[in-house]
Design a protein around this ligand. Structure first.
Ligand code: URA
Length: 288
């Protein structure tokens, strides 16, 4: 099969060309040996050289818009706003318009003093895929949209490589939001208190969207969303679960695009994560 030139440019943008050969080789080896991968291991499937399943990308599979009916792991903490936390309780009841106004006027942490504007989120409010990043950078702070700088361009290419986009309102359209809605000065990591103050907003966005899958970009966002201090290495390649409004939503973790711009070799691992996310999503579609 010949390589679609548009898709080829995307592979190039992600430095993924050579990896594909390697992945096919692994798939062939799996088939030849009949050895099943370890449970939970990240593995490739038999995608063709365009990176699509024989029956086309999972993102385009017809499936009802709902989350995986997965069993909650024992001991999973269901985070609900404490009854005494009036602000979080109020946010948990907001509609999109109220939420957007509340974020724009937020003074819950000191970042309100240094921001140019809040960065709410972008994309399809009925999205089946949700992407969660860390915090706005300088360009996002200036433009009011997440992931519009260099890292954002890489993110768009990563999404396109698995048939997704921040544009439109189809099953392939994602919603993108950050853990923090305001830029930390100098692009420093979010302080735990800042993430805690912003958490009700992200939770409400997730509750309103009810995505079938969340892909978290980077250690800081993953640790914050999953309430863990585990390393990104240990978080990758597994399906995590968060519970929002009694909905168990699968979460897959990968590297942050800004990290990938500095560590080109890890783009290969991130591609593995995206394929894994697509598998998890496809399982959700089948279960639906
Ligand atoms: N990095 C993020 O995590 N989010 C953005 O919106 C931009 C850069």
């Amino acid at each position: 099969m010949s390589l679609d030139p548009r898709r080829a440019r995307l592979w190039q943008a992600m430095d993924l060309g050579p990896l594909w050969v390697e992945r096919n080789a692994h798939a062939a080896a799996d088939a030849a040996t009949g050895i099943a991968p370890a449970p939970g291991a990240v593995r490739s499937e038999s995608f063709d050289e365009l990176g699509t399943r024989p029956a086309e990308g999972a993102a385009r599979d017809a499936a009802p818009h709902r989350a995986l009916p997965i069993a909650l792991p024992a001991g999973l903490r269901v985070q609900l706003p404490a009854a005494g936390d009036a602000r979080a309780v109020a946010i948990a009841r907001m509609d999109w318009s109220e939420l957007q106004k509340s974020v724009a006027a937020c003074v819950a942490c000191p970042l309100c003093k240094t921001r140019t504007q809040t960065v709410f989120g972008v994309g399809h409010r009925g999205a089946r895929w949700m992407i969660v990043g860390e915090a706005p950078g300088a360009e996002e702070d200036a433009r009011g949209e997440p992931f519009v700088g260099q890292a954002g361009r890489l993110l768009d290419n990563m999404l396109a490589s698995i048939g997704l986009s921040r544009q439109g309102e189809t099953d392939s359209s994602v919603y993108i939001a950050n853990v923090l809605k305001c830029r930390p000065p100098g692009n420093r990591n979010p302080e735990p208190a800042e993430a805690a103050a912003c958490e009700p907003y992200l939770r409400r966005q997730i509750a309103l969207i009810r995505p079938a899958l969340i892909v978290v970009m980077g250690r800081v966002a993953a640790q914050s969303l999953l309430a863990t201090d585990a390393t990104i290495a240990s978080l990758r390649g597994r399906v995590h679960t968060i519970v929002v409004d009694e909905l168990a939503i699968p979460v897959v973790v990968t590297y942050h695009p800004a990290y990938l711009l500095r560590n080109l070799a890890d783009k290969a691992k991130s591609w593995t994560d995206l394929c894994f996310a697509r598998e998890v999503y496809a399982r959700a579609a089948l279960a639906g």
